[in-house]
Design a protein around this ligand. Structure first.
Ligand code: BYC
Length: 328
């Protein structure tokens, strides 16, 4: 039930022993005052490392996240749906560009980040390793994955690192359109024919566990939350975000006559908290560590894209390139 227990990994060491205590105090005072930390400001090495990890994973999630919906562009029902989905997928890739740029301000190059993604060294969101079998799956992503992302990102857009918080601010504005598109598509399916309703129900059933995983392990098992909350990188914990998502979206799912595959899901009126069956955290661990249904396929697509685009990068970097040496 709610809260969970156990430990995915040992808690990360705080890792601040080598920092200048005066500078560290000034840094923490700035964060406490709600000031933004900018790329050239002093920051503890651990803050830099944590931000690179988190922003890089987020950027990878956007670029890999474009794949399950991307495969539905040619099959989306009707011209308007195709146009809207194409624009959404394009936005997601744009989000990755913004986020890679924000991570680059911390000293890791985009090339190194892409290498770490395609070599399987970096993580990205669990949820994009599952297949979108039907148009209803694509709708479930557009509505509920984007909804989950907004819950997390709206909170973190008020966070302490300037370039990340500004990128999130813009991303959330675009995600808000995606969410409306997704909700519109889900309403259409849920109020359609018997087969359409059944397809939508099956999609919600398939995506529920990955969605519960999407917010990260329960706080008791999370190794990074404590330091990230202390430094206002994460403005809410994994459990707080999961609760907020349940609060906002379970009633909307039920309103459409759809059911959620968890007999224990209910809001406890006394605590105000949602109670639910703890999703299988062993499955989560397998998926984020590379052994999910589609991890190999997703990375293979990225590797191919990287290989096919190499000539463009080489041409741009070539000393003979018109972009580098303007034509006389
Ligand atoms: N998936 O200590 P914890 C989108 C890892 S895409 C994979 O709680 P933290 C969209 C975690 O990295 C937007 N891995 O970690 C795109 C850590 O492993 P490492 C996606 C996960 O960082 C296209 C370990 O588990 N959103 O919107 O404090 C179409 C322990 O976890 C996950 C973001 O990326 C996961 N779900 O908190 C549609 C938001 N959860 O690094 C939509 C940015 C945990 O020690 N990221 N792990 O090896 C975050 O807010 C935080 O990083 C998390 C995790 C809440 C995800």
């Amino acid at each position: 039930m709610y809260g969970g227990g156990g430990s995915i990994d040992a808690k990360a060491p705080i890792g601040l022993e080598n920092e200048d205590p005066v500078k560290l105090q000034e840094f923490e005072d700035r964060i406490a005052r709600g000031e933004k930390i900018e790329p050239t400001d002093w920051m503890p090495a651990l803050y830099r490392k944590q931000l690179i990890r988190m922003i890089e994973q987020h950027a990878h999630s956007e670029i890999i996240g474009a794949l399950p919906e991307g495969t539905w562009i040619t099959r989306a029902p009707g011209f308007k749906r195709k146009l809207a989905l194409m624009a959404k997928v394009q936005d997601e890739v744009g989000h990755a560009q913004l986020l890679y740029s924000a991570a680059e301000t911390l000293g890791k190059s985009r090339e190194a980040m892409i290498d770490d993604l395609i070599n399987g060294k970096s993580k990205y969101s669990n949820i994009f390793n599952y297949p979108a079998f039907t148009w209803a799956d694509a709708n479930a992503i557009s509505w509920l994955v984007d909804a989950g992302a907004i819950v997390n990102q709206l909170a973190n857009s008020r966070g302490s690192y300037g370039p990340y918080s500004r990128a999130l601010d813009r991303i959330c504005k675009e995600e808000a359109f995606h969410l409306k598109f997704g909700h519109h598509c889900v309403i259409h399916m849920a109020s359609g024919t018997k087969i359409q309703r059944q397809m939508m129900q099956e999609a919600i059933t398939r995506w529920w566990t990955p969605l519960m995983h999407f917010f990260g392990p329960p706080d008791k098992m999370s190794k990074h939350t404590e330091i990230l909350v202390r430094w206002k990188v994460k403005m809410a914990t994994n459990d707080q975000n999961r609760q907020q998502f349940l609060d906002m979206y379970v009633p909307k799912i039920w309103e459409l006559g759809l059911t959620i595959p968890d007999p224990n899901l209910r809001k406890n009126k006394e605590t105000g908290q949602w109670e639910y069956t703890e999703p299988d955290w062993e499955e989560f661990k397998r998926v984020i560590n590379g052994d999910g249904p589609l991890n190999a396929e997703r990375l293979a697509v990225r590797r191919t894209a990287e290989a096919r685009g190499r000539w463009v990068r080489e041409a741009l970097n070539s000393p003979k390139s018109a972009y580098v040496t303007p034509l006389a």
